[in-house]
Design a protein around this ligand. Structure first.
Ligand code: AMP
Ligand code: GLY
Length: 470
C-alpha cells in the first residue's frame, strides 16, 4: 500500500517512519517533507513531475498528488491543513484519510468555544472567562489575579498565543498585545483568561474512529526555550532580541523579578512514556476527559471526531488527582510524536485502516515499555551578515551547514524538523534526536551522546530534557 503523510517537520518524518515498518507498506510519501524525509527505507518526498509540494497549506496540490499516485491512505500531521479542510477534500476524492474533518477542528481552532464546551459537559478545566473586549478582560484580571493568570488568544497562533503571566503588568500587557496590537490578527479577536494551575503537565493522546476511542500514548513535553538556570544562553538571546547590553547578573535579576521570561516554544524536547502517568492515571484521563469529549461532541454538537485527539492536561492535586484540561489539539504533537511513535508496537497501517473502517474496537493499540527521549537541536543566537540574531523561537539564521548526522544516527533516531539537502538548516527547529533505552536514564544518555556529534553554526539544545524541570 502507498501512504501519504502531510507534514513539513520532524513529526511527519516520525509518522512516515512508523508507517514504513509495516510489511504491507510499499512506499510512504511525505508532503512537503524535508531532506530528512528520505532517511528511512520506503520514505520519500512527494513530487509531481519533479516538483515538490509547496507547503502544508497547498491543499489542492496535495489532493492532486494523492490522486495521481493513487495513494491508499493519507495521514495529516499539522493543524493548519486540517483546519483548511484537507480531510474533507481528500475524502471527496475517494482517498481514505486519518484526521478530523474541518468542522471537528474547532476543538483546537477556537479555545473560547472549547472551554465553553468542556464546561458544559463537566470535564475538569481551570476557572476561566472568555472576552471580546479588552477593557472588560483587564477588569476581570485585576479582580482575579492572585499569584498568576493565563491569557490566551482564541484562534490558531502557531503555539505563541498563550501568555502564562506571573505578574499583573504582564497579564495586562498580554491583553494589549493580543487584542489591541492584534499580534495574531483575527485569532486574537477573542481571548480566554484563566486561572494559572500548578501541577504536572501531561501531553496525552488518544485515537478515535468516531465511535470508539483508545489511548495512543502520552509524553512529557518541554516547551521552555532554555534550561532553567541557563542565564548565559538567555543573555545571548535577550541581547540580540532587545539590541541592548546586559551583564549576566542583570539577566539573572530581571529573570528572577519576572521581567524577562524563559520563552515558550513549540517544543524543545519530549519524553515518552510520561514518567508520572501510570495505568490508573491513564484510565482516569480516558474516563474523565477523552471519552466524554468524543461522546458529547457527537451527541450534543453532532460532530464526529476521527483522528488523534491530544489534550494538554494539568494533573492537579486536590483531594485526589484531577486531570484539568488546558487545551485540546486535534493532531499529533511535535516533538512528542518523535518520542512516542518509536515505542508503537502495533502496525500503524493496520491501526489507521481500522480507524478509517470504523473498526477500532477490534484492534489492540500497543506500545513498548521502553523509554524514548527526544531532544531538539535549534538555530540559536548567531552573528552573521545581518548582525546578531537571537535564535529560536525568535529571528534566526538559516542555510547553515550541518555536520555529524550520519555519526549521530548510529546511536539514535534522527527526525529532521527543518533541513535541506546537503545538509543545511532551514528553520528554527532543525533536528530531533531520539535516544531509546530500557529506562529514562539510558534513553537520555543515548540521546545526548548522539546529539553531541551534530554541529552547525549557532546550534543550541537543552541539556535537561528528561529531567524533572519545566
Ligand atoms: P496551551 O497552548 O493552552 O497548551 O498552553 C501552552 C502552555 O502554557 C501549556 O503547555 C502550559 O505549559 C501553559 N499553560 C496553559 N494554560 C495554563 C494554565 N491554566 N495554567 C498553567 N499553565 C498553563
Ligand atoms: N509540542 C507542542 C505541540 O505539538 O503542540
Amino acid at each position: 500500500m502507498k501512504v501519504l503523510v502531510v507534514d513539513a517537520g520532524g513529526r511527519g518524518n516520525a509518522i512516515a517512519h512508523a508507517f514504513s515498518k509495516s510489511e504491507k507498506v510499499v512506499e510512504v510519501y511525505v508532503a512537503p517533507g524535508n531532506a530528512g524525509s528520505e532517511f528511512f527505507p520506503k520514505c520519500k518526498i512527494a513530487e509531481i513531475d519533479g516538483k515538490k509540494i509547496q507547503s502544508i497549506r497547498a491543499v489542492e496540490e496535495i489532493v492532486n498528488f494523492a490522486k495521481k499516485k493513487e495513494v491508499d491512505l493519507a495521514f495529516i500531521g499539522p493543524e493548519e491543513p486540517l483546519s483548511l479542510g484537507i480531510v474533507d477534500r481528500l475524502e471527496e476524492e475517494g482517498i481514505p484519510t486519518l484526521g478530523p474533518k474541518k468542522e471537528a477542528t474547532i476543538l483546537e481552532a477556537s479555545k473560547c468555544w472549547t472551554k465553553d464546551f468542556l464546561a458544559s459537559i463537566g470535564v475538569p478545566i481551570p476557572k476561566y472567562k472568555n472576552f471580546e473586549d479588552a477593557e472588560e478582560a483587564k477588569e476581570y484580571i485585576k479582580e482575579e489575579f492572585k499569584d498568576g493568570i493565563v491569557v490566551k488568544a482564541d484562534g490558531l497562533a502557531a503555539g505563541k498565543g498563550v501568555y502564562v503571566c506571573g505578574s499583573l503588568e504582564e497579564a495586562l500587557k498580554a491583553v494589549d498585545e493580543i487584542m489591541v496590537q492584534k499580534k495574531f490578527g483575527d485569532a486574537g479577536k477573542r481571548i480566554v483568561v484563566e486561572e494559572r494551575l500548578r501541577g504536572i503537565e501531561v501531553a496525552f493522546t488518544a485515537i478515535s474512529d468516531g465511535k470508539c476511542v483508545k489511548p495512543f500514548g502520552h509524553l512529557r513535553d518541554y516547551k521552555r526555550a532554555f534550561d532553567p538556570e541557563d542565564f548565559d544562553a538567555m543573555r545571548d538571546y535577550y541581547m540580540a532580541l532587545n539590541k541592548k547590553f546586559y551583564t549576566r547578573v542583570e539577566i539573572e535579576k530581571l529573570f528572577k523579578e519576572g521581567k524577562l521570561l524563559n520563552p515558550n516554544t513549540g517544543g524543545m524536547g519530549a519524553v515518552s512514556p510520561h514518567p508520572y502517568v501510570d495505568k490508573e492515571i491513564e484510565e482516569k484521563i480516558m474516563k474523565e476527559v477523552v471519552e466524554p469529549v468524543i461522546k458529547k461532541f457527537k451527541e450534543i454538537e453532532g460532530k464526529k471526531f476521527v483522528g488523534i485527539l491530544y489534550p494538554v492536561i494539568m494533573l492537579v492535586k486536590e483531594e485526589e488527582i484531577v486531570p484539568k484540561v488546558l487545551e485540546i489539539n486535534v493532531r499529533e504533537c511535535d516533538p512528542g510524536a518523535q518520542a512516542k511513535l518509536p515505542r508503537l508496537e502495533s502496525d500503524l497501517l493496520e491501526l489507521s485502516l481500522a480507524v478509517i473502517n470504523r473498526e477500532l474496537e477490534d484492534v489492540d493499540v500497543k506500545f513498548s515499555s521502553k523509554y524514548c527521549v527526544a531532544v531538539c537541536a535549534v538555530s540559536g543566537a548567531l552573528r552573521g551578515r545581518e548582525g546578531l540574531k537571537p535564535g529560536y523561537p525568535a529571528d534566526h539564521y538559516t542555510n547553515q551547514p550541518i555536520s555529524g548526522i550520519d555519526e549521530a544516527a548510529k546511536d539514535a533516531l534522527i527526525y529532521a524538523n527543518g533541513i535541506a539537502k546537503g545538509y543545511a538548516t532551514t528553520g528554527g527547529r532543525v533536528l530531533t534526536v531520539v535516544g531509546e533505552g530500557k529506562n529514562l536514564e539510558e534513553a537520555r544518555k543515548r540521546a545526548y551522546f548522539a546529539i553531541s556529534k551534530i554541529d552547525f553554526p549557532g546550534i543550541r539544545y537543552r541539556k535537561t530534557i528528561g529531567m524533572d524541570v519545566e
